[in-house]
Design a protein around this ligand. Structure first.
Ligand SMILES: *[C@@H]1O[C@H](CO)[C@@H](O)[C@H](O)[C@H]1NC(C)=O
Ligand SMILES: *[C@@H]1O[C@H](CO)[C@@H](O)[C@H](O)[C@H]1NC(C)=O
Ligand SMILES: *[C@@H]1O[C@H](CO)[C@@H](O)[C@H](O)[C@H]1NC(C)=O
Length: 328
């Protein structure tokens, strides 16, 4: 287990200054990719369909469960999970990450716990502006219509589920390697069967969206997508937030820098809506420590109303994941 990267931490309270960079333009969201359609007739283009589901789902996923079993987290994550002062519910850590690219060696990002169960971490400046520019440039001639994967149908375009264009990044690209390594290090030791998947850039034009889904494959019994980073490279849009309909809206309004709090921004949707903010990433664990998928991370990329959003997905695949017995 080698983390060479934890060089220093700085604790900052919220008393000074804004926690998170202000929303650059108007956009509201980003979104991921994949895996499998959930058999619930939700339509991210219609807030009413989500309300109906929620009426039938009383459970709120906010138990304070500390994840200590699996995986073993990196130092930055543990620091954030077990703050020295438990009375501070919002904490920012600065973290200096290693890099393959000399100019990126001192890249810093800030880590902030959004939710412990499911584990969701907000990371400001996860991707630098130079990296954003590079990824946009190399994506340009690679875009293809995004597909939806299911164990039953394989990969196919499905405009009721997902409307966007996707570009797979070349693993050998030094900037891609650097970001991949940062993502791996952020998560700590997950076992030698865990690998960061090829990075995916996703472009959403007006009316583009990604319907509600989990990032894991519900049908498989061995090997699965265990974590997700949803980052944003372009957020020049209205709409387009990343919506987690089952998560309770935090009571602390300091989060309103990064999530939609007012009626207009929420646009009739339930739960939490992260605004797309260039360079920021939302990281989450897809599974409970026992290997059961966490329903709290059900999410959608809400429709882009105008302008353009480009997201960056970074997933971690664990080939040692085994479906818990009770579900087989
Ligand atoms: C943002 O979008 C507006 C209108 O959609 C467009 O005029 C402008 O050029 C865009 N800016 C950037 C930086 O893409
Ligand atoms: C990794 O996968 C190999 C082959 O499937 C397996 O033998 C090994 O036990 C796995 N390691 C862990 C830590 O799960
Ligand atoms: C795993 O843990 C979750 C949360 O505690 C629980 O709901 C689920 O039933 C557990 N699954 C198994 C197979 O024990």
């Amino acid at each position: 287990m080698q983390f060479k990267f934890v060089l220093s931490f700085f604790l900052a309270t919220f008393a000074s200054a804004a926690v998170i960079a202000p929303l650059p333009d108007g956009c509201t969201s980003g979104d991921p990719n994949v895996v499998r359609r959930v058999p619930v007739p939700l339509d991210a283009r219609n807030p009413t369909s989500v309300s109906t589901l929620l009426e039938n789902t009383a459970k709120v996923f906010d138990e304070r469960q500390l994840l200590t079993e699996r995986p073993r987290y990196s130092a930055p994550l543990l620091e954030a999970l077990f703050p020295r002062s438990p009375s501070i519910d919002l904490i920012i850590r600065k973290h200096i990450s290693g890099s393959h690219v000399p100019s990126q060696k001192n890249h810093q990002y800030e880590v902030q716990i959004f939710s412990r169960d499911p584990l969701i971490i907000y990371i400001q400046n996860f991707v630098s502006s130079e990296e954003v520019a590079h990824l946009l440039k190399v994506s340009e001639d690679k875009y293809e219509p995004s597909k939806v994967y299911s164990s039953f149908d394989g990969n196919r375009v499905d405009d009721q589920m997902r409307v966007s264009e996707s570009a797979w990044m070349d693993r050998k690209d030094p900037v891609v390697r650097s970001i991949t390594r940062r993502a791996r290090e952020f998560q700590g030791w997950r076992g030698r069967n865990s690998t960061v998947e090829p990075l995916l850039v996703q472009r959403y034009q007006a009316n583009g969206f990604y319907n509600y889904h989990f990032d894991w494959d519900e049908a498989t019994t061995r090997g699965n997508r265990v974590t997700t980073f949803m980052s944003y490279l372009v957020a020049n849009c209205t709409g387009g937030g990343t919506n987690f309909p089952f998560l309770p809206q935090p009571s602390d309004d300091r989060w309103c820098d990064v999530i939609e709090c007012d009626e207009e921004g929420r646009d009739g949707y339930q739960g939490v809506i992260f605004k797309p903010i260039v360079g920021s990433a939302i990281f989450w664990e897809n599974f409970h420590p026992n290997g059961t998928g966490h329903k709290g991370v059900y999410h959608a990329g809400l429709p882009v109303r105008s302008g353009m959003k480009v997201g960056l997905n970074i997933w971690t695949w664990d080939s040692a994941w085994i479906k818990p017995e009770e579900l087989e």
